[in-house]
Design a protein around this ligand. Structure first.
Ligand code: NAD
Ligand code: DAU
Length: 357
């Protein structure tokens, strides 16, 4: 049975994946109302969504997922029948230097959102309901040279970030088991694509190469990540939301493992061509630095359940996706400048007359 939502609440929709999801979901579901609840941390940028201004099916609410009254009001006021929960602190390095906000947002915030969703779902205001928790392969911990994370892999988070996401995933599971709430849980590998905040590896590399700044490679550069284009993540989420059985967990990934140093070299070389620099010039910027504490060695996702049950597969090849991503950053240098300078925060003030969080 396909679930067709009429009014969804997207949390964290001003961030990297949330904003890409809103764009693709709204293009595919023109009759569905989309409410974006985001408190606009450093990572939330409304400029990612300017194309939707004036769209009667899109509504932005500035607020915190931990604000019980606000969340309850949005759920009832908008007759929300699905929550797609992206809002989180998402950067591993920040979770090492300041874990508290990760617990507050990712664990406590998720619990408040779940609890308000439970009351709303049980009120019977909407005929059917889904709560979709967007999670990460990092909850499974680290792999050796072989093997893959499946949905049965035990949770073994190693960073405060991944521990907070694992905590949230277990709460989601608990709301299904205890209350019978129709929850869903996806766990995706590393995303790349437009609107990615330049603290994360790929956009950081592009930004630093353009500006001839050092490219920090943690440790020996041989850690492995499994990369998926953000629009493929968005299509997988839409598939799970509409077609998965309540209570299910799905891994999302595209079988695309890369050693960090190979990604660094690839981005360097693609930008040598585009910036008309000598072959190999950008590689001279590579600088090995101290390793990230607790740095997971390898992630690799087995997404066969999603393919076999729901027929999803990625549409971007990595070759196409990484080239398009680099071209997007080159064409959107103003976005990058504003994000790196903090000037993007003025946008909210101009549009909405208030201050960003
Ligand atoms: P992001 O940091 O770019 O965006 C997070 C968004 O959440 C921002 O817009 C921020 O303002 C908002 N937010 C933070 N705290 C909030 C709060 N208390 N209330 C309301 N809004 C709040 O993150 P992202 O990379 O887009 O990741 C989105 C989700 O996907 C996260 O849950 C993350 O764990 C998960 N995920 C990310 C990746 C990845 O590669 N980036 C992979 C798998 C899963
Ligand atoms: O796997 C999914 C996860 O991917 C998401 O849950 C996280 O929200 C997301 O941030 C991402 O986490 P990573 O830690 O894998 O991403 P990051 O871009 O920070 O780092 C990718 C790899 O590159 C990792 O092995 C660390 C390394 N790295 C990162 C940075 C920022 C470097 O070598 N140098 C750097 O400067």
């Amino acid at each position: 049975m396909i679930f067709v939502p009429e009014s969804i609440l997207v949390t964290g929709g001003a961030g990297f994946i949330g904003s890409n999801f809103i764009h693709s979901f709204m293009a595919n579901n023109q009759r569905c109302m989309v409410t974006n609840l985001d408190c606009l941390t450093y990572a939330g940028n409304l400029e990612n969504l300017t194309a939707l201004e004036g769209n009667p099916n899109y509504r932005f609410v500035k607020g915190d997922i931990g604000d019980t009254e606000l969340v309850a009001g949005v759920l009832a006021g908008q007759k929300i029948d699905a929550v797609v929960h992206f809002a989180a602190e998402s950067h591993v390095d920040r979770s090492i230097t300041g874990p508290e906000i990760f617990i507050r947002t990712n664990v406590l915030g998720t619990q408040i959102l779940l609890e308000e969703s439970r009351k709303h779902w049980q009120s019977g205001l909407v005929p059917d309901f889904r709560f979709l928790q967007i999670s990460t392969d990092e909850v499974y911990g680290s792999l050796g040279d072989t093997g893959y994370f499946t949905e049965e892999t035990p949770l073994a988070a190693n960073s405060p970030y991944s521990a907070s996401k694992a905590g949230a995933d277990l709460l989601v599971r608990a709301y299904h088991e205890t209350f019978g709430m129709p929850t869903l849980n996806t766990r995706c590998s590393n995303n790349y694509g437009p609107y990615h905040f330049p603290e994360k590896l790929i956009p950081l590399l592009i930004h630093n190469i353009i500006n001839k700044k050092p490219l920090p490679v943690y440790g020996d550069g041989l850690n492995v990540r499994d990369w998926l284009h953000v629009r493929d993540h968005a299509s997988a989420i839409e598939t799970v939301l509409k077609a998965a059985a309540p209570g299910s967990v799905y891994n999302i990934g595209g079988n695309n493992e890369w050693k960090n140093i190979d990604i660094v070299n690839l981005v360097c070389d693609l930008l040598d061509e585009r910036l008309e620099r000598a072959e190999g010039e950008n590689r001279t910027l590579i600088t090995y630095v101290k390793d990230r504490p607790g740095h997971d060695r390898r992630y690799a996702i087995d997404a066969s359940r999603l393919k076999n049950d729901l027929g999803w597969s990625p549409s971007f090849t990595f070759e196409q996706g990484i080239a398009e991503t680099i071209d997007w950053y080159l064409a959107n240098q103003k976005w990058v400048e504003e994000v790196t300078s903090g000037a993007y925060r003025d946008y909210y003030k101009k549009q909405y007359g208030g201050g960003a969080a």
